[in-house]
Ligand binder design. Sequence first.
Ligand SMILES: [Fe+2]
Ligand SMILES: [Fe+2]
Length: 292
Amino acid sequence: MQAEEIERLIRISKERPLLPETYVPWQEQPKANDLYLPEKLTSLEGTPLYHTLTPQQKTDLGRHEAVQVLYSYGWGEALFCVFMTRYLLQLPPDGPEHRFLIREIIEEYRHQEMFSQAIIQLNGEALPPTKMHQFIGKFSTNYLPADFLFMGSLAVELITDMYGNYSRRAPEIYVVLRKVFELHNIEEGRHIHFTKGLLQTYTAKAGYIRKTLYSFVILMNIYFVRTMYVRKEIYERIGINNADAVFKEATRNYRSKFTQNCLGHIIEFVDSWGGFNLLTRWAWRWLLHAKV
Ligand SMILES: [Fe+2]
Ligand SMILES: [Fe+2]
């Protein structure tokens, strides 16, 4: 990416900062019919069981799953900030990359605070990541090379973007959440633009093996994020019997919905530099049911 383009992104970030404190109308309480997650993004919509839930159970399902979404983003962004801070130390401090990453870190910390505030506003009780998620998250943050981490972060940002787009455009969603997602969507748009530019230099010179590895890193990141939302405890909380069986059904249901709703841009991106090949296609089909 050209230095002028990065300078432009830095300027926008400085001249038009979006502060969660003033951008989000925190004083607004939810209205009686407000939802917290568009129904099509909840794990049970689309299953026969969904029709048997009371309106209150459906609202609560969306609220608990929205809390998981907010918490997972905040957690993932915190890990990414750890990596970016370390990465910064190798860059000349007056260069455009360094200065953009500083802006990104500032924005990501504001997002994390905003997500926490939103969880409180939703009376949420976030379920912490599983041991497996914690291990993979910390391991990759500490040991993967920079290009792999930026690949992974871009995959997660593209998913966040899809969630944000659905939520901010749905008038039935509680206005505080719509504004949270709107703010996030605008700033992540710039991060995605920067990261794509940065990764072009890596993908342009990558051979078959490296492209295959990049493709796997993205796939694993998506799989990782997807499995953080659907949690058995949520079904128990909203009073569903046999939560174990429901969890299995929801996982299946959510997998195909996730592929339909959230994968479009990611598949386009991976395809743009030839990330689908003999070694990777089967895994995308198997884990995400992606049509690649
Ligand atoms: Fe963010
Ligand atoms: Fe970001």
